[in-house]
Design a protein around this ligand. Structure first.
Ligand code: ADP
Length: 517
């Protein structure tokens, strides 16, 4: 029958379709590359449309999300209420919203999305649709979290520093102060109280803590205005761009005090060393003086005792003559007097002899040489044989005695004195004397012990003094020179002499002889 053909020019339509396709393509590409997705929510029907790119952000295949409830299902429950509240609040005011929330990715992983959008309204102002664009901000959130913990750690370090710390931002706002800072500037508030303070206000608060507030303020202003780094009080970032300031106040009062003290003790030390040197010098002088006067004394003792000998001999001689010729011819008293004079003269002779031998000790001494102490002891024993037999004494020598370096006859003198005393000052039936020697680090220690009457501790030092005796002559004869001589001899040998004793318990006399190199 015929054909009707309608020919329509669709070039424009094709062009529009083409450009639509291109722009859709472009949008899709932009969404994929930018990790964003678009959504469109019909509030009336509750239908929710996700672009495939948005579904991809959730790890879902296209067309999975269909309703608003599907979105809620995949949103972190802690975020839903908050985000709905803020979104609706913005929408009600006809304002766009910009929110962040967490979602559950299909893999189970949690992700952060940001959503920006707004609503369309009908003529009555009722909301018709809400549209938005979502972005995956998980990586940014992670970075922020790391930054946050780093910052916290940084603040923690600053808090626990024993320096007072004040951190100010580039726009001169207080960002951080630590407790030390508050203490240092006598501020009663908690450190966080000052966060956000301007530099100027902060300076006002702390200024009174400076000894010279006005000067300090000028200095601070100078630093702040000129961005001067001052001895590390101000920290500039590596790129040289100022991000803020870090004020560190270190309390150097203690350091100053310590330095002061150090100086003081140094001066004291120097003074002490000086004093010490002075004392040493004085001591040296004193020792020399002592040596000299000792020598003088010795000389005097020697000369006087020597010179006294002659007149004494005369007195003794003539009183003896008197006694012989006139005894019984005068009255009884005269006989007694003569007897006393004779005894006194004899005793004086003894004393002078002792004094002479004491003062001769140094001049009569011979050179040091090796001495076999066993041999010395043998001589002593034979010298004392008579007395010891008389007193029924038992003398034990714990041989072998060592060989030492010294003056033989003087050593004999020492032993003889000590052993004789041990027998003399003894009230036992049979006095027991023990002689022994013990090697020490620096030489030998000899000991002579007895079972005699003993010596009370308070007199033990005195008995070594010249003419010092603890007993009456009638009780125990003697002049009191023996131990003084021993002391002098042991001194000359570089040793020491001492006694250990208690009353009635016997005595042990010790003397040390250092070994000569
Ligand atoms: P002297 O024997 O001539 O009295 P010493 O100098 O030898 O002089 O002794 C001084 C004093 O020390 C003695 O008078 C005596 O009191 C006391 N003394 C010395 N040796 C002993 C001893 N072994 N036991 C008790 N007393 C002693």
């Amino acid at each position: 029958m015929g054909a009707v053909a309608v020919v329509r020019d669709i070039t424009i339509q094709k062009k529009i379709e083409e450009s639509l396709r291109v722009s859709e393509e472009r949008l899709r590409l932009a969404q994929t590359r930018g990790e964003v997705g678009v959504w469109d929510w019909n509030v009336v029907t509750n239908d929710l449309h996700f672009t495939p790119e948005l579904e991809q952000l959730y790890g879902l295949s296209p067309g999975t999300i269909k309703t608003y409830d599907d979105w809620r299902e995949l949103t972190h429950p802690d975020d839903i209420e908050k985000i709905e509240f803020e979104r609706d609040n913005q929408i009600a005011q006809h304002k766009p919203f910009d929110l962040e929330f967490r979602i559950f990715h299909h893999s189970g992983e949690m992700k952060w999305l940001s959503t920006r959008g707004g609503a369309t309204y009908d003529d009555n102002g009722q909301v018709k649709r809400v549209l938005g664009i979502n972005t995956d901000i998980t990586n940014r959130k992670k970075a922020e979290e790391i930054l946050q913990t780093t910052l916290l750690r940084f603040y923690k370090i600053l808090s626990s520093m024993s320096a007072s710390v004040l951190l100010v931002t580039a726009d001169n706002k207080v960002e951080f102060v630590n407790q030390e800072f508050c203490d240092y500037f006598h501020l009663n508030e908690e450190p966080d109280y000052f966060i956000g303070y301007t530099s100027l206000n902060m300076t006002r608060v702390i200024k009174s803590a400076y000894r010279n507030p006005e000067e300090a303020l000028l200095r601070i202003n100078d630093i702040v205005n000129n961005y001067k780094p001052v001895h590390g009080e101000e920290v500039l970032m590596r790129d040289g761009k100022p991000y803020g300031r870090l004020w560190l106040h270190l309390d150097i009062t203690e350091r100053e005090k310590t330095e002061e003290k150090l100086h003081e003790s140094n001066t004291k030390l120097i003074k002490e060393v000086n004093d010490h040197q002075q004392t040493e010098l004085r001591l040296k002088d004193l020792v020399n003086e002592l040596k000299r006067s000792n020598k003088e004394l010795e000389q005097f003792a020697y000369v006087s005792s020597h010179d006294l000998q002659e007149p004494l001999r005369m007195v003794a001689l003539f009183t003896q003559l008197l006694e012989r010729r006139y005894k019984g011819k005068l009255d009884e008293d005269a006989d007694d007097y003569i007897k006393f004079i004779v005894e006194g003269a004899k005793r004086m002779k003894l004393l002078i002899d002792d004094l002479l031998s004491y003062s001769r000790l140094n001049s009569s001494s011979s050179e040091f040489g090796p001495i076999k102490m066993d041999k010395v002891m043998g001589n002593v024993l034979s010298n004392l044989q008579l007395i010891s037999e008389e007193k029924n004494a038992e003398i034990k020598v714990h041989e072998p005695l060592p060989t030492i370096i010294g003056d033989e006859s003087q050593m004999m003198h020492v032993f003889q004195n000590l052993v004789a005393n041990g027998i003399k000052f003894n009230d036992k039936e049979s006095p027991e004397i023990n002689i022994s020697a013990q090697e020490e680090e620096n030489g030998w220690i000899f000991s002579v012990s007895d079972n005699g009457i003993g010596i009370v501790p308070e007199y033990q030092a005195q008995i070594f003094e010249i003419f010092k005796r603890l007993h009456d002559r009638d009780e125990y004869p003697g002049t009191g020179i023996g131990l003084a001589i021993c002391q002098k001899i042991i001194d000359r040998h570089g040793g020491k002499i001492w006694v250990e004793s208690s009353k009635g318990k016997g005595s042990i006399f010790y003397f040390s002889i250092p070994s000569k190199k």
